[in-house]
Design a protein around this ligand. Structure first.
Ligand code: V47
Ligand code: SF4
Length: 363
């Protein structure tokens, strides 16, 4: 398709995209550095429509954050607490059951379950947590535990990563969320999350999951101290693993929220940067099917707009998001079926309710 661009560098990138040539590091930088947001967005929209036409996906899901006690102390996190702090919590299996039963009349198809690294929880807790959820919601997909948690679970169980994954899968785990990757750069890790697993470990765990037949998502936390170069490198590392395993389902850029964190001076991301991240990801991650505009982080209105800038998925109804709201997010805590469908259809797309694996479902 012939586009006209304000930024001359985009002509070459557009040519490459149309002729299905892979974009390189320099192209990634050019996309991020371009002020022609509409131009970048149009190329991303071309790819998005080629893959998904005018469909936009969402899932009816529920988040369960089973504990906020965490020993990692990432500087960007407003969610974690030390054991004994007044608002520290850990759910018993009975608490989890009660949360699920509260919504049992709703057609929840995916349970997104993540928490902090709480040293007082034994290995058996994680297995029982999955089994409990599976018993109450046998038809829903359990998407649980980031690579960071899986590494922790392996340590406390004295099992290898592969053995830990096999145990979790056996208990009912079907998918793994994309958190914990942050930005894959040792410079940033040293400054912001030195206790968290490094990028090599995160990628290794993702590879093990994919070999075990468990799909996962991938994320990038942006809008803090990272450079454009580090963002592009991050995307290229994900692309490289995806070439090898084909196990990633969606990529989700996560906009940093600084309130109540150790980095309160960092201003919020701008709409321009949020959309640019969606478009750059769509173009650099040519082997990812899905790019999510996570409305919790960027707000419902911008997530809707992002559907025309490369995104094809709004994540879901969610119900009670905690991690971003504790860091000051102003978005709703959940959206109804009708609200999410309206966001999609009023942007000119066809809402497709999906399961965790992007099969369309009818409610
Ligand atoms: O790993 C923590 C990030 C992640 C903040 O896979 C923050 O479908 C912004 O991974 N500001 C958890 N972000 C969320 C996550 C996720 C969300 C939705 C869908 C999926 C999926 C995955 O949130 C953490 C961390 O990278 N995070 N603190 C903050 N202050
Ligand atoms: Fe713990 Fe995750 Fe928060 Fe880091 S981001 S402190 S690992 S809960």
């Amino acid at each position: 398709m012939e586009f006209s661009f304000l930024d001359n560098k985009l002509y070459n990138i557009n040519e490459k995209v149309i002729s299905e040539k892979r974009l390189d590091f320099k192209d990634g930088l050019a996309l991020y550095k371009s002020n022609d947001l509409i131009g970048v967005g149009r190329i991303a929209d071309y790819v998005r429509r080629k893959r998904h036409n005018n469909k936009a996906y969402y899932v009816y899901n529920q988040h369960i954050n089973y504990t906020n006690i965490c020993t990692n102390h990432c500087l960007f996190c407003a969610y974690a607490r030390n054991n004994g702090e007044k608002d520290a919590f850990t759910f018993s299996l009975e608490d989890v059951k009660a949360q699920l039963l509260e919504r049992i009349d709703e057609p929840v198809r995916e349970l997104h379950i993540v928490g902090g690294l709480n040293p007082s929880l034994p290995f058996q807790y994680y297995l029982d947590l999955i089994k409990t959820v599976k018993k109450i919601r046998p038809e829903a997909t359990i998407k649980a535990f980031t690579a960071v948690e899986i590494n922790h679970i392996a340590k406390i169980s004295n099992l290898s990563i592969d053995e830990t994954i096999a145990e979790l899968k056996n208990a009912g785990l079907s998918m793994v969320p994309g958190g914990g990757a942050e930005v894959m750069s040792s410079r940033i890790r040293n400054k912001l999350f030195p206790r968290k697993i490094d990028s090599a470990k995160w990628l290794e765990i993702m590879e093990s999951l994919h070999s075990a037949g468990i799909t996962s998502n991938a994320t990038m936390l942006y809008g803090h101290i990272e450079t454009i170069e580090e963002r592009v490198q991050h995307l290229m590392k994900l692309r490289e693993l995806q070439d090898k395993t084909k196990g990633f389902s969606a990529f989700i850029p996560l906009a940093f929220h600084s309130k109540n964190t150790k980095l309160p001076h960092i201003p919020p991301t701008t709409a321009f940067d949020d959309l640019k991240n969606i478009s750059a990801a769509r173009l650099m991650l040519d082997n990812f099917d899905h790019i999510k505009a996570y409305w919790v982080m960027i707000g419902e209105k911008l997530a809707q707009t992002a559907l025309s800038f490369g995104a094809d998925d709004l994540d879901g109804t969610i119900i009670e998001e905690k991690i971003t709201h504790m860091a000051g997010a102003k978005s709703a805590k959940g959206l109804s079926h009708e609200q999410i469908k309206r966001l999609i259809s009023s942007a000119g797309f066809i809402p497709v309710e999906r399961d965790s694996f992007y099969n369309s479902v009818e409610t």
